[in-house]
Ligand binder design. Structure first.
Ligand code: BGC
Length: 274
């Protein structure tokens, strides 16, 4: 049978989701979207406990379930402790959104080893550590019939820069390129266990990470030239896509990268050119 009669495959009721870096930018809207779909959400943060707590209160005020969990995704002990706490507090885990990410930009001849290591640590190693811990939980629990068709779902939040080279951002683009192969390899490795692994690659989404690219009219005009769809993305564009991707409506989507980018990956410089 395709799905349970009468059940809405987009709903996430009875499921628990962890959103790393849920305290800002894209992570906040992803947390809201998952909570609206019925999931209990663990909002991970590293430093900004006030932002995470505000979001948790807001989700609870709307009738959802949420909790804030501190943890540095680059530290193995933190990650292990965070997953233990989530299982204790929310009763399990069904969805991991590997969202925490940073940028630390420099021309390659000026890029320090710290700039390189910090970005790889959060954007690539952090995603590995959280995916490993989530996989351990999913393998232990297996498919819970009546809750989801999958034993667990992992979404890597990557970037259009997993395929578009980005001068001045070698650390960031290298990490995202790594995420693309990490995602596909885990998707291949875990599919037989009914664990679905996919990626979402956002383009230019209006958040603090890229403020300089949209905050003046001149910068915004330059940015819009890279987006055929003619508008800058909003965090909700990504939140809604993630909520669909982890739902049973997307049960047959395995190892895919969904570009949520207004066409940024379509080589817009070739419009009327080439
Ligand atoms: C980066 C943004 C950038 C966008 C498009 C994202 O991954 O974090 O700073 O605006 O890619 O270039």
């Amino acid at each position: 049978m395709d799905q349970r009669p009468g059940s809405d495959p987009l709903r996430l009721d009875g499921q628990c989701a962890l959103v790393t870096g849920g305290d800002g930018g894209i992570g906040t809207e992803v947390s809201r979207s998952l909570a609206r779909a019925g999931a209990a959400v663990a909002v991970n943060y590293r430093r900004r406990d006030d932002a995470a707590r505000r979001l948790v209160e807001e989700i609870r005020a709307e009738g959802g379930r949420a909790t804030a969990v501190r943890g540095d995704v680059t530290r193995e002990d933190d990650v292990v402790a965070m997953f233990r706490r989530i299982e204790e507090e929310l009763g399990g885990l069904d969805v991991l959104i590997n969202n925490a990410g940073v940028q630390c930009d420099a021309a390659v001849h000026e890029m320090s080893l710290d700039d390189w290591n910090d970005v790889i640590a959060v954007n690539l190693t952090g995603q590995f550590l959280c995916a490993r811990e989530a996989t351990r939980v999913f393998l232990r629990r297996g498919v819970r019939s009546g809750v989801s068709r999958a034993a667990g779902k992992i979404v890597f939040v990557s970037s259009v820069h997993d395929v578009i080279p980005w001068a001045g951002h070698a650390n960031y683009a290298a990490a995202k390129g790594g995420v693309a192969m990490l995602m596909k390899t885990l998707a291949q490795e875990l599919a037989a266990h009914r664990i679905r692994v996919n990626a979402i690659s956002p383009g230019a989404i209006r958040t603090p990470i890229n403020r300089a690219a949209w905050e003046t009219p001149e910068a915004e005009e330059r940015l819009l030239a890279l987006i055929p769809y003619g508008r800058i993305g909003e965090p909700g564009d990504v939140g809604r896509a993630v909520a669909w991707l982890v739902s049973d409506a997307a049960d047959y989507v395995v190892g895919a990268t969904l570009y949520v980018d207004g066409g940024m990956t379509l080589y817009p410089a070739f419009i009327g050119n080439g």
